[in-house]
Each structure stands twice: as structure tokens, then as C-alpha cells.
Design a protein around this ligand. Structure first.
Ligand SMILES: [Mg+2]
Length: 179
């Protein structure tokens, strides 16, 4: 159960406190794509998020996409942001995270994984002791299998909130938008 607990939760990537991450010794960001950075059904990157990527890069953060999504689509966005990508990632297996560390030339303790799913992004990164940040999914449009997983995810998150391990405000907002 501990492996499913994110270290931090935010509604949007733009809410992430980059200074605080830097103080923790984090200088690399592993980014999920679908429903973290862009809606699952969108080909466009929100201006606000694009600006955030540019800001993070200019502050010295190295960023790598780690996505289970369609390779062509992942490469399209990686090129758009001028960052490397691990495609066909099969999160939560360890290999895509290890590959991303290699691409960024970072140790596990120097990066944070940012994603919207507990059972892929958070579980996979926690297994390697990577700092994990859970984001509220941008859209509801997802694979039907993901929708099933979301129910389990919600149950876990509510349990964490009950135990006082996660911010109720953020999780409640997340849950309101779902299912
Ligand atoms: Mg996602």
C-alpha cells in the first residue's frame, strides 16, 4: 500500500513548487503525457503548460517524457517541447524509469515522477524510490480499462485521505471530476 502513496498531490503541473523540489535535491523531472500534460484526446499543448516546461528548463531542470501512450504521439509532443522521451514505457515496470534516469544522467534521488495515475506513474516510480507527484487528470476521456482502474485508484486515495496522508482538498476535487 505504501508503494501506491504519492509523496505530493497537486491539481495541475503548474501548481508544483519547483523551488521546493530543488531544495530536496531534485533537478530532473520525469513527466507522464496523457492527462498530465495534455488531454488524452488532444494534439495540442496548453500554452500555460508549455510556459511551465520552458520555465522549468530555464531554471535548470532536465525533463524527460515517460509515456505508455502511442509512440508517434509521444514523439510528437517530445519534439514540440524539445525534450527526450521514453516511449512504449510499460509503467509500472522499472525499465522505463531506469531508461529515463539514463537519458537525463540522474540518480533516482535527483528526480521526481509527475503523473496522473496511481497504478502506473506512482507505483512504478515508488518502486525505485523516486519522488512521486500525483496530478489530477486533465480529462475524463480515457481507455475503458483506465476507467476501471480509476475506481480502484479513488478507493486508495480516499483511504490515504482518511489516514491523513494526503490533502483532502486536492483529492476531493480530483474525485468530483471523475466517474
Ligand atoms: Mg497519464
Amino acid at each position: 500500500m505504501k508503494l501506491l502513496l504519492p509523496k505530493q498531490v497537486y491539481n495541475r503541473i503548474t501548481d508544483i513548487d519547483l523551488d521546493q523540489l530543488r531544495k530536496r535535491g531534485i533537478s530532473g523531472l520525469l513527466l507522464d503525457l496523457d492527462n498530465t500534460l495534455v488531454r488524452y484526446d488532444s494534439e495540442e499543448l496548453d500554452q500555460e503548460f508549455k510556459a511551465w516546461i520552458i520555465k522549468a528548463k530555464s531554471e535548470g531542470f532536465r525533463i524527460c517524457l515517460v509515456s505508455n501512450g502511442r509512440p508517434k504521439r509521444v514523439i510528437h509532443f517530445a519534439k514540440m517541447m524539445d525534450i527526450p522521451a521514453v516511449i512504449s514505457a510499460y509503467k509500472p515496470t522499472r525499465s522505463p524509469f531506469l531508461r529515463a534516469l539514463e537519458l537525463l544522467d540522474k540518480e533516482a534521488a535527483e528526480v521526481a515522477m509527475i503523473g496522473d495515475q496511481l497504478f502506473t506513474d506512482v507505483l512504478g516510480a515508488n518502486r525505485l524510490d523516486i519522488h512521486t507527484i500525483l496530478i489530477t487528470p486533465l480529462g475524463k476521456n480515457e481507455f475503458s480499462t483506465t476507467r476501471l482502474v480509476r475506481r480502484l485508484e479513488r478507493r486508495m486515495l480516499n483511504r490515504f485521505v482518511k489516514k491523513g496522508l494526503l490533502a483532502a482538498e486536492i483529492i476531493n476535487r480530483r474525485n468530483e471530476g471523475e466517474l
